[in-house]
Design a protein around this ligand. Structure first.
Ligand code: NAP
Length: 282
């Protein structure tokens, strides 16, 4: 580990259960490669201490923070500024600290969509999306997708009221793009129209690793299939899609690209993606 001095800039991920976070390895690889005197670490913070910690950090030698569960919404009252897309999402996972001021961003949706664009050659306006899951990550992905004016986004969720709420919010903001669907309904007509299918649920990771979020018989060759899960690297959904000849992308892409965007926000530098990837998945 490098020496940390009085001049070292700090960054950290804050959550309540982040012992297994891959972000420190990824971000420290980026700082090391770019030669910056900066260090990123992981902090487990109790919910009752969150406000005091955040206020203290704003007075210290920090360039930025990553927020994870449960703090992506709890951080909002402490921000001095918020990026317009993060405001629409209603959650912040990245903070830049400038002269004690905290500016909030959400890099989850932007990172996921960047992965589709640069790694898979997807041009969002040309596609119809079918997204499963309406939790925090889905909301961020849906917002960035809708902001880029795709042909259509179908959003299916077990609790359909959550899909309805996200779609109503995004349709008010960006025009009539999103349509909510119950996961129990006949999904075939919607998936048949889609060219990109995205799993944004927990289905596919343990203890649901023998399950898929949709009937796998509905997959077709014209789909690119993406999953937010990276453990396992290939969920049952991705394995089945790959066997049909569909291009696939797993959650490594989201993790990497959201980290690259955060690094750029903090430093103004282009993030060294290869070193960041190798540090976590190599
Ligand atoms: P969340 O807010 O808790 O949302 C979970 C979603 O999964 C909800 O839509 C939920 O449906 C659905 N779901 C959960 N169990 C289900 C079941 N048994 N059957 C059907 N649907 C079910 O979680 P999140 O923060 O959005 O995270 C979602 C996934 O993203 C997780 O797997 C997480 O590991 C992954 N993730 C990946 C990255 C990355 O860097 N790659 C980053 C963050 C998160 P209901 O609304 O009906 O409950």
């Amino acid at each position: 580990m490098k020496d940390i001095t009085v001049n070292t800039k700090l960054a950290a991920i804050i959550g309540t259960d982040i012992g297994h976070s891959k972000s420190p390895a990824m971000m420290n690889a980026a700082f090391q490669k770019t030669g910056l005197d900066a260090y990123y670490y992981a902090m487990n913070i109790k919910e009752e201490d969150f406000g005091a910690v955040v206020k203290g950090i704003s007075k210290m030698n920090f360039v930025g923070l990553t927020l994870t569960i449960p703090y992506k919404i709890q951080i909002l009252p402490y921000l001095d500024e918020i990026d317009p897309l993060a405001e629409i999402i209603g959650a912040v996972n990245t903070i830049k600290i400038v002269d004690g001021k905290m500016i909030g961003y959400n890099t989850d949706g932007a990172g996921f969509v960047k992965g589709l664009e640069v790694d898979c050659g997807i041009h969002v306006p040309e596609h119809t999306f079918f997204v499963v899951g309406a939790g925090g990550v889905s909301r961020a992905i849906m917002t960035v997708l809708a902001s880029k004016k795709p042909k259509k986004i179908y959003l299916a969720n077990r609790t359909v009221s959550k899909a309805e709420e996200i779609c109503a919010h995004l349709n008010r903001t960006f025009g009539e793009i999103c349509e909510p669907i119950s996961l129990d309904s006949d999904l075939k007509p919607y998936i048949d129209q889609a060219t990109v299918l995205i799993n944004a649920t927990n289905i596919g990771m343990p203890p649901y690793d023998d399950q898929a979020p949709i009937d796998l018989g509905l997959l077709h060759k014209n789909l690119l299939v993406a999953d937010v899960i990276y453990n396992p690297r290939k969920t049952l959904l991705l394995k089945t899609a790959e066997s049909l000849g569909c291009p696939i992308v797993n959650g490594q892409s989201l993790l990497l690209h959201q980290g690259k965007i955060a690094f750029h926000i903090w430093t103004g530098l282009e993030a060294p993606g290869e070193e960041m990837y190798q540090a976590v998945f190599g």
